[in-house]
Design a protein around this ligand. Structure first.
Ligand code: HEC
Length: 203
């Protein structure tokens, strides 16, 4: 940048991008590509980074989410929606979550999906295909649930997840379990109605 005569920011943009991509954006580059966008290569909080890495591993391994889901180009099965972009999904999960459940943070929606999958059934998909993870042999600890949720909710997350999101996910666990149990109790009651008051004996 030695002989920069900043007539306009434009010529610097490719340089800023190149520096960002090469991982040496280190605050030297004053001109960002777009003020309204997070800088490329956002720095993740270390706890968030660890959770995402652990969740990534679980997703494709013990939690067996990849038996049904792809994440972008990763994985091979598409019984359930691709959680990244692809196979008909145009926006990654973090973006989609806001339209599915605007009242929840994306990471909370993922926790709900794992523990109470029929709370919201994705349009064009069948209910009851995805089972509550608690009912499977792969049942996860709370830490593992938070990790998988962080991995899934990090798909397209802007701004990136923060430690507060991990806490949100953790707090969502008992809520999702409680609403699942309430839903089950309601549907059991509907399937097997309590006997009505027997008619008064005539005679
Ligand atoms: C047996 C297949 C199956 C497995 C295993 C499975 N899912 Fe699903 N999943 C589905 C199906 C089918 C849907 C769409 C219907 C619905 O919403 O329940 C879905 C929906 C979702 C959604 C909502 C997607 C959207 O576009 O809103 C998320 C998030 C999700 N699953 C996460 C997971 C995670 C995380 C795991 C692993 C813990 C997992 N799933 C395991 C079949 C599965």
């Amino acid at each position: 940048m030695a002989r920069s005569r900043r007539r306009s920011a434009r010529p610097l943009v490719p340089l800023a991008l190149a520096l960002a991509l090469s991982g040496c954006a280190e605050g030297e580059v004053k001109v960002r590509p777009r003020a309204d966008k997070a800088p490329a290569g956002p720095k993740l909080d270390p706890a968030v980074e660890r959770a995402i890495a652990a969740g990534d591993k679980l997703f494709f391994d013990r939690a067996a989410c990849s038996a049904c889901h792809k994440v972008g180009k990763r994985g091979g099965m598409i019984v359930g929606p691709n959680l990244g972009v692809g196979d008909g999904m145009e926006a990654p999960l973090a973006v989609r979550a806001k339209t599915r459940r605007p009242e929840l943070a994306p990471i909370e929606y993922v926790v709900e999906s794992m523990l109470d999958p029929d709370a919201l059934v994705v349009p064009t998909y069948a209910p009851a295909v995805m089972k509550a993870i608690d009912d499977l042999p792969s049942a996860l600890s709370d830490d593992e649930l938070v990790a998988v949720a962080a991995f899934v909710a990090s798909q397209g997350a802007a701004p990136p997840l923060e430690p507060a999101d991990l806490e949100r996910a953790r707090a969502q666990i008992p809520r999702a379990r409680a609403s699942r149990e309430a839903r089950r109790a309601a549907s059991a009651a509907a399937a097997d109605p309590a006997p009505e008051t027997p008619p008064a004996p005539s005679g």
